[in-house]
Each structure stands twice: as C-alpha cells, then as structure tokens.
Design a protein around this ligand. Structure first.
Ligand SMILES: [Zn+2]
Length: 466
C-alpha cells in the first residue's frame, strides 16, 4: 500500500478476531473496542511489564473462566484506576477458543468480509470532509439513491476505475485499458468524458436539444456546466436527471463489458438512457403523458409542461396545416451526415386533427439528399398501403425536396439510377388516385426534419403505429 490514505484506512478498519489469542498483540492490535488497547489505556500501557505480549500470554483458563494476569512495573495509583476498571470490564467479556486461530476481519462489513468495493467506498467516505466533496444539485431524488451516490463518487473520481485499482496495487497496469476503446487507460475522466464512446453518447443527447458544449476536462466540470437549454420546470428536472442517467448508463455498460462480456451499441445505449429516464419519471409527481415509445421516437416531447399540454401526442408545429377530414397526411424528410457518411429517412403520418398515426425512421445508405427524399416518399406510400384501414383514404405526402416532388409527379425526368423508386411511386399514384405528393418548405416540416436528424444514429428501422 503506497498510498498513505489507504494505509491509514487499512489500519483503522482491519480488526483481529480472537481465537486462541496466540497470534494477536494484546496492546497493539485492535481486538476489543474500536482502537488498540495502548490507545484506549495509555497510562496502563506505559507501566505494562510486557508491551509486546500476545493476548494468550496475558491470560489462562482456570477451569471456570479466563483469568487475566497483567503485570505492572509499579503499583497502581488512584489515577490509574479509571483505566484499570474499564480494561477489566472489557476483558471480562472475552472468551478465547483454543481450537481456533486468530483471524483478520474488516470492520465496515457486518460479517467482517473484506472486498475491494467496500474498501474503495470507505476510502471515499474518509474523504467526505474535504470541501470538494460537497456537490450541490445531485441529491434531488430524481433518480434512485444508489445512482446519486454513484454519480457523487464518479464526480470525486472515487469509483473503482482501473487507474485507481492500479494505484492501490490491486491490479496490474497491463490490465487497465478502457473496455470501450481499448486505446487508453480507464479513469473516471476517460470513461465518462474523454472516451469516444462516452463523448458520442453525450453528443447525441446534446444534439437532441441543439446544445453546443465545449469539451469539459472532468465529470465534475461537466456537472457544474450542466445548465438546461430550456426554462420549463419539468424540463429542468429532465435535464438534471439526464446527467446522472448518462453517467450511470456508461458505468453499467462498462461493468457489463468487463464482467459479463456483454456489449451494447451506441444506439442501444441511447435507448437505455431514454428508457431509464421514462422509468424514473414515473416516480416524480408530474403527470407526464408520454410513454417510452413516444419518447424514443420523439425525445423533444420531454420538453413538456402540465400547464400547456394535456394531449397524449406531441403538438404539431403551428405552421403545419391539417388535411381534409377524409384525408391523411405524411410529412417525410431525409438527412445526411457527411462526417459519418450516413443518411436517414423519416416520416410522420397525421390525420385532420393533427393526431400522429405512424412514425418511421430508417437508416439508408449514404446518398444525395434528393435521392434520399425519394426513398422517404416510397417508404411512406409502402407503409400506408400495408394498413387496411387506410386503403381508399386520400393520402397526401409532403416533402421539402422540390426535385423529388417533380420526379414523382412526372414533371421532370429523375436520375436513371432511381428509376425503380420513381416507377414504384408513379405506379402507386396511377393505381390509387387518392395519393397526392406535394412540396412543403422545410419550416413547416419541422417534425419530420427533427425525426430524420435523430434517425442518423439509429442502426435499425423503427416503425411505430400509434
Ligand atoms: Zn475509452
């Protein structure tokens, strides 16, 4: 134990459990009470004849009970008597078992069992008086208490990350790599922030809310900078809880990779963040109306206010115009991300009241944006024709790509490599005169646009009929 703090902790928490008393020092070991007897009875220790005697050397069995035979260098004086009586009071409770050997026990555990987890937890507690350990804003009861404690330890860099276990001499440095990237040593700063995996998860959540964040140097700094981008009372709680949930999700994934050899993808971790949030929101007092499915496909509905919305569906943007009562309307959109060469298409289907009937989001191969819009329109037509109750109804499809709309309506020839998509759409329009494909500017297509951006990180197609 190179670390002086660890050494002090070990000394104070390791106790001797007495068996035959042959292997424990009477004055120096902690074996009755919370401290060694030389600390508890300093006057007597000074006049003890044999300071290095074992427990067994200071007593014998007289056939009825254990007799203590302590020898002093001088006669006891009145001022020694308080310690003397207290000592004999304690010794009268002791019974040696000659058949058992003395053993060590770890006092923080009720059965005396030592574990690295318990050791590190005690080490963190022993730091608790330090002013940096006060982290206001964690203890709000928005997530289970164990998640709050975990985050607090993480912010103080007191978790059992591998760099710490190396410092404590528990594991070898060769085994201390990060299980997410395999490229750096695992530390609190690394797995919660600097690792590409961690940073991708934070970036996804921040991009949902259009927040740009400069790279904090530590989880503690990140926590201190974590200010909500929106003002609603409920959203402030969402924002506060999301920090703890993202930290917890990263840690759970790290443990599952380390100990169970189970790996989740980034998209799965994103879903887990949303699912945990939805699950723990249920413990709050707010009548939040959306379930996990709705939040998964439209996380913006977390910016909810009980005063404004009592509907169970996300509010349609103001500029959106409802279709006629006999008609349904798709808003479709596509997006690309040059940095990761990904495209995604999304669409939402609503009725004349603005109620959401269906949402889809699919990753597609990287392609030019107008081409991707064609795939979005095709997907919308396929989905609605697969549902019996919608057949025969008038169906509008709104896209914000003027090119795609012209190609579909035959006003312009489309690119040759999209012939099969164009033919599918034109055929569908010919067979079902109720399909109408129109252009709508991006501003009035907000929902589909937002959904498409989120779809970039999704690995599989997502379709939900609501
Ligand atoms: Zn890493």
């Amino acid at each position: 134990m190179a670390n002086p703090q660890s050494k002090a902790l070990i000394t104070s928490c390791i106790r001797k459990r007495i068996g035959n008393g042959l292997d424990s020092f009477f004055w120096h070991d902690t074996w009755i009470g919370e401290v060694p007897l030389k600390v508890r009875c300093p006057r007597l220790y000074l006049i003890a004849n044999s300071k290095n005697a074992t427990v067994a050397e200071n007593c014998f069995w007289d056939g009825l009970g254990w007799k203590w035979t302590l020898i002093w260098r001088r006669n006891l004086r009145p001022q020694d008597m308080v310690e003397h009586q207290a000592l004999h009071q304690s010794l009268s409770q002791v019974h040696l078992s000659p058949q058992d050997e003395d053993s060590f026990s770890w006092s923080p555990h009720k059965k005396g069992w030592f574990s690295v987890k318990s050791f590190c937890f005690e080490l963190a507690k022993s730091d608790a008086h330090c002013p940096n350990s006060v982290v206001p804003g964690i203890w709000r009861g928005l997530v289970p208490h164990r998640v709050e404690i975990f985050t607090w330890l993480a912010l103080l860099r007191k978790l059992n990350t591998k760099d710490r276990l190396v410092r404590l001499g528990i594991i070898d440095v060769a085994l201390s790599h990060c299980v997410f990237c395999n490229a750096s040593q695992e530390s609190c700063d690394h797995i919660f922030l600097q690792c590409p995996m961690a940073w991708s998860l934070w970036s996804w959540w921040l991009s949902v809310w259009n927040v740009h964040w400069s790279f904090p140097s530590s989880p503690r700094e990140a926590f201190d900078q974590w200010t909500p981008p929106k003002k609603g009372r409920f959203f402030k709680k969402i924002w506060a809880a999301s920090f703890l949930i993202i930290m917890w999700t990263l840690w759970k994934e790290r443990n599952s990779r380390c100990f169970e050899n189970n790996f989740s993808s980034l998209a799965q971790l994103q879903d887990l963040v949303i699912l945990r949030l939805c699950w723990w929101i249920k413990g709050w007092d707010d009548p939040f109306p959306y379930g996990p499915n709705e939040v998964l496909i439209y996380p913006q509905c977390l910016d909810w206010s009980s005063a404004v919305s009592s509907s169970h569906i996300p509010k349609a943007p103001v500029s959106w115009s409802p279709p006629d009562p006999s008609c349904y309307k798709w808003n479709v959109d596509a997006s690309l991300k040059l940095s990761c060469s990904k495209s995604a298409i999304r669409g939402v289907l609503r009725d004349c009241h603005g109620r959401f009937l269906c949402l889809f989001s699919s990753p597609i191969p990287f392609m030019e944006i107008n081409h991707a819009e064609m795939f979005a329109i095709q997907r919308a037509i396929k989905l609605s024709s697969s549902i019996g109750c919608l057949s025969g109804a008038k169906m509008m499809v709104e896209s914000d790509s003027l090119n795609a709309v012209s190609w579909c309506n035959g006003n312009a020839d489309g690119p040759w490599n999209l012939n099969f998509v164009i033919n599918f759409i034109r055929n569908a329009m010919r067979c079902d005169s109720g399909i109408e494909i129109t252009y709508k500017s991006r501003e009035s297509n907000v929902v589909a646009d937002l959904l498409a951006k989120q779809g970039l990180s999704r690995a599989d197609e997502f379709v939900a009929w609501l």
